[in-house]
Design a protein around this ligand. Sequence first.
Ligand code: KG4
Ligand code: ZN
Length: 351
Amino acid sequence: MHLEKDCNMHTNAQPVQNITLLAIESSCDDTAAAIICDGKILSNIVTSQDVHQKYGGVVPELASRSHQKNIVPVVDLALKQAKISLMELDGIVFTQGPGLLGSLLVGNSFAKGLALSLNKPLIAVNHIDAHVLAHLIDNPKIPFPFLCLLVSGGHTQIVKVNSVSDMEILGKTIDDAAGEAFDKAAKILGLPYPGGPLIDKYAVTGNPLAYKFSTGKVPDFNFSFSGFKTAVLYFIRDKMAEDATFIDTNLSDICASIQHTIVTYLLSKLKTAALQTNIKHIAIAGGVAANSGLRNNLKSMADKYNWTTYIPKFEYCTDNAGMIAMAGYHKFLVGDTAEINITAFASLKNK
Ligand code: KG4
Ligand code: ZN
């Protein structure tokens, strides 16, 4: 008996075309694989690399070695959880860039090898576009255009999303990304990498107005975080010179104030962009979208301005292959496949 694969056996959704893709994400320090079938994520596996913590940041050489070690078991688990065999795949999606070249090359080579051996198409995805398109996972009917504040460890942008394939960058950071601002501030406080989630954790019990830090004054919808980082550095240096226990005794207030400064800065630009474009569908994406302060303040702002907000589940905020799968699925639908000699591109732009 020949068993036809059936994506819909996993859900109650309407039967469609049974297009099944494997997606691989390896742009930084997370090795991830996901299976998507007719736009539904059947599995989404991520393995994080703890090896970087003691170095205070991602060490590129260690990241690519860990990807090499993790990629086979991660892909295997994604297939098993989705109950899909390699022979049932219609294509292989991978992150082409931007990211760390050595890390990207691992996913790129693996995807190429698999596509060649299965004689299936290869689909190259831009990591930043994929963060934005992560919204389609839980909101397949999200209305266009929507505005998306994309905030990750490498990028900070306000994007006007006109369709799955048409995104306009309204503004972006001219130096550090918001995630970097969190991580660098955390490092100044002696917290391990990545510090963003820890600042969020300690901020919960702190006073967000305890301390003030300046933010970059750049025009339009652009951002600058380098001055903020310096402001935190000098503030902590001066306070520690007066009292060596300052960080320990005031950690919650310091973290709450850092978080409040970053979140207020991000949301003030997002608000202006929403008012100027008159768009009321507002989304956040990327690792920093996991921040509780950003989520809560966005919701309050949305109540005030009558916005509908789109906030992804935590697992689809930080780097994951589910979002790569979704971006790849939409490219596959329009026949946007890649040549087999395509290579990773560390500084790939999203526009
Ligand atoms: O999107 P992502 O996983 O990777 C990149 O593409 O960069 O984002 C990682 C960034 C890191 O800077 C991390 O500190 C930050 O997202 N992050 C957070 C939180 N969770 C992750 N920042 C603040 N609060 C959080 N809860
Ligand atoms: Zn990312």
